[in-house]
Design a protein. Sequence first.
Length: 106
Amino acid sequence: MADERSSGGDAAGYLGWFFMGALLGAAAALLLTTRTGQEARGLLREKGGEFAKRAQEYAKEAQIQAGELFEKGRELFEEQSQRLTSAFEAGKEAMREEIGKARRES
């Protein structure tokens, strides 16, 4: 059975996890520097809140953009599906007409 997604929330959620991982990686990098523990903790206190706010802002913006892109993709898919269905129906009708002509000629 096909796995169907009903909204763009999944993709946006992955982006949020990505940014959370980036934030944790940056914090780990600061903690593993050659600075003294006191210097690193001070740097984390100073920059940590600012860094977290920025990461949250980027994550929210990415989620919004992912949702918009998902909707545009869904609309394009639906439009193309309708075109394909119309073309298929027109082809079926043309085939029926040709079969009818061939039967009348026989």
